[in-house]
Design a protein around this ligand. Structure first.
Ligand code: ADP
Length: 154
């Protein structure tokens, strides 16, 4: 069986935390699809096209990584691409409470899809896209928090 995982999220923008999870998960899977979720009621800082381009730049050359967008339920998207795993990162208790709930509900909807959690390495665990957006909005330098390959100017 080909081991395909999706790594769903907003990635607004992608950070070194996301990058750390993805790179450490790569040896576990044959393919990981970074799946940028589109939620029509959510307002994003970077457009979908900008986020797809940023993420593709970061993982250019990683043959096992694909970058796509999706609408609707994450489990339905996983099924549509033949993925049996959903990859998520866990930083804090707050992450745990939310992720626990989503993972259990996803399990009821699609029993064969397993959610796999990874804890970031300590130097990445305080990195948060919301904080990175605030830094950019207020003219700060986001480079310590985002992958070296991307240049975020807004
Ligand atoms: P969402 O809106 O779905 O939470 P995010 O882009 O914020 O999308 O996060 C996608 C995934 O990446 C989530 O599982 C989140 O917990 C994880 N993540 C975000 N930042 C980090 C980080 N610094 N370290 C580890 N995982 C992270």
């Amino acid at each position: 069986m080909k081991r395909t995982a999706i790594f769903p999220g907003s990635f607004d923008p992608i950070t070194k935390g996301h990058e750390n999870i993805l790179l450490r998960a790569l040896p576990l899977f044959d393919e990981i699809i970074i799946a940028v979720g589109v939620n029509s009621s959510k307002k994003y800082f970077y457009s979908l096209d900008e986020r797809l381009e940023q993420i593709r730049k970061v993982f250019a050359g990683e043959e096992k990584v694909r970058v796509e967008s999706y609408n609707g339920l994450t489990v339905n998207y996983a099924k549509s691409v033949g993925a049996n795993f959903i990859l998520r990162g866990l930083r804090t208790n707050t992450d745990f409470e939310f992720e626990n709930l989503i993972a259990q509900n996803n399990k009821v909807m699609e029993n064969h899809i397993e959610t796999v959690f990874m804890i970031p390495e300590p130097q990445f665990s305080a990195i948060n896209s919301t904080v990175v957006r605030d830094i950019i909005r207020h003219g700060g330098d986001p480079t310590p928090f985002v992958p070296a390959a991307i240049n975020l100017n807004k």
